[in-house]
Design a protein around this ligand. Structure first.
Ligand code: ADP
Ligand code: MG
Length: 259
């Protein structure tokens, strides 16, 4: 076996609080973790447990109040806002629950948007955007506006947009939160495929226990703290039980439908 490479993401004793005095909220409390490259990982936990805060700190959207944040060997907690914005544009693709597409632009134009920061011809931008839409299975929908696409298709456009700059890291905050079960599965399949075929590292926040079936690793948060050891295993077991019960209910529903 070769010596394992440096992790892509490394957090040391990261905390994030908002406000002060009596109004102080500790969103993240002394979180340390490391994640190797090329993995599909999920941050899970109840609402308000700090999942989005953690994802935002890893992707340089938000800054830690304390601790060290390394991504791709760089100390992003030491970057100023300009440096962070430049770093993010090259290294991170963002996917949100609400898709965040520009309604008046076509799928192709939406996907090409992040390339405006790069010195490329319009033709090259369009060529790359068409390629990215092909990867997510929407090669036939280049000229559609978001309102002419289903929720699942819109999220796939957003994923193509996240890929367009060829970032090593794709982060997704509740990417299936606005989707029906079938579209959600298609999006999870696609994210897993990005990991397998393109070698991307995918970090997703979700409170959907079924997502456990798609990911390589799961991290469990509770009240701003990362669970470890037996507590983390117990949280994962509880979620799996919920997911199994849900899929049995779906199976039973399908059987009834066939009867
Ligand atoms: P999750 O994504 O797990 O639902 P969040 O990371 O969004 O949780 O939030 C964690 C905690 O931090 C919550 O109690 C939330 O209210 C608080 N919080 C998040 N962002 C802010 C903010 N900008 N100002 C004040 N409190 C915040
Ligand atoms: Mg959240």
């Amino acid at each position: 076996m070769t010596a394992s490479a440096e992790p892509l993401i490394e957090l040391r004793r990261v905390s994030r609080s908002y406000g002060d005095g009596a109004a102080r909220v500790v969103a993240l409390d002394d979180v340390s973790l490391s994640l190797e490259a090329g993995v599909f990982a999920a941050f899970m936990g109840p609402s308000g447990s700090g999942k989005s805060t953690l994802l935002n700190i890893i992707s340089g959207i938000d800054c830690a109040s304390a601790g060290e944040v390394r991504v791709g060997g760089r100390r992003i907690d030491r970057m100023n806002e300009d440096e962070l914005a430049r770093w993010r544009a090259r290294h991170v693709g963002l996917v949100f629950q609400s898709f965040n597409l520009v309604p008046v632009l076509s799928a192709l134009e939406n996907v090409a948007l992040p390339l405006l920061l790069f010195d490329l011809s319009g033709e090259e931008r369009r060529r790359r955007a068409a390629l990215a839409l092909g990867i997510v299975g929407l090669g036939e929908r280049l000229e559609h506006r978001p309102s002419q696409l289903s929720g699942g298709e819109q999220q796939r456009v957003a994923i193509a947009r996240a890929l367009i700059t060829d970032p090593e890291l794709v982060v997704a905050d509740e990417p299936t939160g606005n989707l029906d079960a079938k579209s959600a599965e298609a999006v999870l399949d696609l994210l897993r495929e990005l990991r397998a075929r393109l070698g991307k590292t995918i970090v997703m926040v979700t409170h959907d226990p079924r997502a456990l079936r798609w990911v390589d690793r799961s991290f469990h948060l509770d009240k701003g703290r990362l669970l470890s050891g037996a507590a983390a295993e117990q949280a994962a077991r509880a979620l799996r039980a919920v997911a199994d019960a849900a899929s049995q209910a779906v199976g039973a529903g399908a059987a009834l439908g066939r009867a």
